[in-house]
Design a protein around this ligand. Structure first.
Ligand code: GAP
Length: 446
C-alpha cells in the first residue's frame, strides 16, 4: 500500500495557500507564467531566508570544523569536463511519436505515452546542463554552463580554503546558492524546477574514516529537520543501489520526506570518495593534495557531501506544518511553523481603529520591529485577524484593547493553543523573546 501524507494536506491546498497569502507566485505570471519557475513573495522570502539561516547557523556558525563559501554560478568550462558532468549528467529521454511530449523514461510505468497513449521513441541521453555564452561572440569557444550543483565551486577552492584558514582534517566547507538543471519533466510545485537553490556541505576527511563520517552526517542532517519541527515519522532514509549511484559517488543515502505526492528525496548524503579532487588535480595540473602533519604524507581527502534543496525544504516545512481544525463552526487553517522559521514572529493588533488604541499599538509595533519581523493589522474583526495570522504561521499576536489604556498591559495570544496571557506593555519584548526562544514563562493564564 502506498503511504499517504496527512489526509488534511494536499498539494492543491499548499499551492493555493502560498498563492493567496504571498508565499510563492508563478513566475512571470502576467505573461502566462514560465513553466517550472517560481517567485517567492513577501512571506516566502522570509521563510526561505529563515531556513537558510537556520542551516547556516547549525552547520557553520555553531561548529569549529566548518567554514562558508559563496562561489560564482558560471565556472570555467573545463570544470564540467573534469567533474564528469559533460559526459555523465544526463537523463534518459523518450518522445511521444504522436503528441511529441517528452518524458524521462525512468519515470514511466509502461511503454506508451502517459498523456495520449502514443508510441514512444527509443530512449536517448539528454544532458541536463544549461548552456550559455560568455561575452559578445556566440560560438563553441565561448560556451559556459550554469552550474548544476554548487559543489564544484567548493572543490576548485579547496586549496584556497586550506591555505587561508589553516583548517585541518576533518573539516567542511558549506555553501548556499542557485543551481540550474534543464530537467526533462518538472512539477509538484517547487519540488522539481529548473532553477533552484541548494545548501551543500563538502566535508573533507581522511580516507578510511569516510564511512564513519557518512553515518555521522546522515544522523546530523536528519536531526536538523526534526529539531525544526518535521515529524520524524515523515522522514526516512533510502539507500541507493550500485546501479543508481551518481557517477562520482561510492555510497549515497537519501533523506526522503512524505510529500503529499508520496515519499521523495529531500536531501542526498553521498560519499564522493576522492573522485572530485583527483579529477580536478589531473585536469588542472595543480596539486590538490593535503599535507597530513601527523604522518607527514600528502594525501587526497575523501569527501562526504550532505546536499539539501532549499526549495524542497521549504515545501516540506510547509506541508508538515499545515493543519486544519474545527473551531466555532468553521475550519481553522494553521501552519505550526517552528518560531525560528515563521516568516512573521509577532502581529500587533489593536482591538479597534480608535485613535487612542492605534497610538499604543503603533508604538508597540515600532518597539518590536528592530528585533523581529513584526506585522500590524487593524482590518476586520479580531477573530478574522487571528485566523489570518494562524494561516501564515505567526506564533504570537499582541492585542491592544481598551483595558490596555488603563492598566498598560496587552494580551499575548499563542497560535497553537490559542491561550492568552496578559503582560505589562513594557515587558512585552522580554516576554516575547523568552517565548520565541522556547524558554518557559509563568505569567498567569487568562
Ligand atoms: N551535489 C550533489 C547534488 O547536487 P542531487 O541529489 O542531485 O545532489 C541535491 O541534489 C538536492 O538538490 C536534492 O536532494 C534536492 O533537494 C535538490 N534538487 C535537485 N534537483 C532539484 C530540482 N530540479 N528542483 C528542486 N530541487 C532540486
Amino acid at each position: 500500500m502506498t503511504e499517504q501524507a496527512s489526509a488534511k494536506v494536499n498539494m492543491e491546498k499548499i499551492v493555493s495557500l502560498c498563492r493567496r497569502r504571498g508565499f510563492i507566485f508563478p513566475n512571470s505570471e502576467i505573461y502566462g507564467g514560465l513553466s517550472s519557475c517560481w517567485d517567492y513573495g513577501p512571506l516566502g522570502v522570509e521563510l526561505k531566508r529563515n531556513i537558510k539561516q537556520a542551516w547556516w547557523r547549525a552547520v557553520v556558525q555553531e561548529r569549529d570544523d566548518m567554514v562558508g563559501l559563496d562561489t560564482s554560478i558560471l565556472m570555467h568550462p573545463q570544470v564540467w569536463t573534469a567533474s564528469g558532468h559533460l559526459k555523465e549528467f544526463a537523463d534518459p529521454l523518450v518522445e511521444c511519436k504522436s503528441c511529441h511530449l517528452r518524458w524521462r523514461s525512468d519515470d514511466l510505468d509502461g511503454n506508451n505515452c502517459p498523456s495520449c497513449g502514443g508510441e514512444l521513441t527509443e530512449s536517448r541521453l539528454f544532458n541536463l546542463m544549461f548552456k550559455t555564452f560568455m561575452g559578445p561572440i556566440e560560438g563553441e569557444a565561448s560556451v559556459v554552463y550554469l552550474r548544476p550543483e554548487t559543489a564544484q565551486g567548493i572543490f576548485v577552492n579547496f586549496q584556497n580554503v586550506v591555505n587561508t584558514t589553516r583548517k585541518r582534517l576533518p573539516f567542511g566547507i558549506a555553501q548556499i546558492g542557485k543551481a540550474f538543471r534543464n530537467e526533462i519533466t518538472t512539477g509538484n510545485f517547487i519540488f522539481r524546477s529548473r532553477e533552484f537553490e541548494q545548501m551543500e556541505i563538502e566535508f573533507f576527511v581522511k580516507p578510511g574514516t569516510d564511512e564513519e563520517w557518512f553515518e555521522y552526517w546522515l544522523e546530523e542532517r536528519l536531526n536538523w529537520y526534526v529539531k525544526l519541527g518535521i515529524k520524524r515519522e515523515n522522514l526516512k532514509l533510502r539507500q541507493h543501489t550500485k546501479e543508481e549511484l551518481a557517477h562520482y559517488a561510492i555510497n549515497c543515502r537519501d533523506i526522503n520526506y512524505l510529500f503529499p505526492m508520496g515519499w521523495a528525496e529531500l536531501e542526498g548524503v553521498a560519499n564522493r570518495g576522492d573522485f572530485d579532487l583527483v579529477q580536478h588535480a589531473s585536469s588542472s595540473g595543480k596539486s590538490l593534495k593535503y599535507l597530513d602533519e601527523e604522518t607527514n604524507e600528502h594525501i587526497i581527502p575523501y569527501i562526504i557531501e550532505p546536499s539539501a534543496g532549499v526549495d524542497r525544504s521549504t515545501l516540506a516545512f510547509l506541508c508538515d506544518a499545515y493543519d486544519e481544525e474545527p473551531y466555532k463552526n468553521e475550519i481553522r487553517v494553521l501552519l505550526h511553523l517552528h518560531p525560528t522559521l515563521a516568516p512573521i514572529k509577532v502581529a500587533v493588533l489593536p482591538l479597534s481603529r480608535r485613535e487612542k488604541l492605534v497610538t499604543v499599538a503603533k508604538q508597540i509595533y515600532a518597539d518590536l520591529r528592530p528585533h523581529w519581523m513584526v506585522s500590524y493589522d487593524d482590518a476586520q474583526s479580531i477573530g478574522r485577524r487571528y485566523r489570518r495570522q494562524d494561516e501564515i504561521g505567526t506564533p504570537f499576536c499582541v492585542t491592544v484593547d481598551f483595558q490596555s489604556l488603563e492598566d498598560e498591559q496587552a494580551t499575548i495570544r499563542e497560535r497553537d493553543t490559542m491561550n492568552q496571557i496578559r503582560v505589562p506593555i513594557k515587558e512585552l519584548k522580554a516576554v516575547l523573546a523568552a517565548k520565541l526562544s522556547g524558554e518557559c514563562f509563568d505569567t498567569q493564564l487568562l
